[in-house]
Design a protein around this ligand. Structure first.
Ligand SMILES: Nc1ncnc2c1ncn2[C@@H]1O[C@H](COP(=O)(O)OP(=O)(O)O)[C@@H](O)[C@H]1O
Ligand SMILES: [Mg+2]
Length: 163
């Protein structure tokens, strides 16, 4: 199973979905979040961080572009690469994140830096529909991400389309 398409009617449905994703993370996964401003990318990231029990960042770069959370089992990075140009990445401590294969990486606006990340990842795209409605698409590249989609398919989730 490589893709999953679903709709969210409101923020709590998106948060519930994010919690289901969080429950499948064991460390080492890369999740990309794409979509326009206000789509709900940060809503999902924050809910994943909360569900995994991360409370506060331990290392945060001077920019809010990269945050690191330290956990008992694994660490987590949250990067927001909005409007970042490639050259800037390497002044911001991104090498540490890119060389870390045991942490979970959650990356908003990955587009400018896609080529720096390993191929295996779960790509999440949020599309704005009318009002609070969102379409959320999961695309797996590689086995680890496929397993996450398969896990989601087993859960009771609203308006699910498996493609
Ligand atoms: N179905 C929905 N899913 C997620 N967020 C929603 C939804 N409906 C409304 N919202 C609102 O949209 C906004 C999303 O903001 P945010 O997550 O910061 O966007 P992004 O990071 O994609 O720019 C929040 O204010 C949230 O309350
Ligand atoms: Mg955001």
């Amino acid at each position: 199973m490589e893709s999953l398409l679903l709709t969210s009617e409101n923020i709590s449905q998106t948060q519930k979905l994010a919690r289901q994703v969080a429950k499948q993370l064991k460390g080492g996964e890369i999740l990309f979040f794409s979509g326009p401003i206000g789509a709900g990318k940060t809503v999902m990231v924050k809910e994943i961080v909360k569900e995994l029990g991360f409370k506060k960042t331990t290392v945060s770069a001077s920019f809010s572009l990269l945050k690191k959370y330290k956990g008992d089992k694994f660490n987590l990075y949250h990067a927001d690469l909005f409007r970042l140009d490639e050259g800037e990445m390497f002044n911001l401590g991104f090498e540490e994140m890119l060389e870390d294969h045991t942490s979970v990486l959650l990356v908003e606006w990955p587009e400018p830096a896609k080529s720096f990340f390993p191929q295996n990842r779960l790509e999440i795209t949020v599309i704005l529909l009318e009002g609070d409605k969102r379409q959320i698409r999961f695309k797996a590249i590689g086995k680890t991400a496929q397993k996450i989609i398969e896990g989601l398919c087993k859960k009771k989730i609203q308006n699910k389309i498996i493609i």
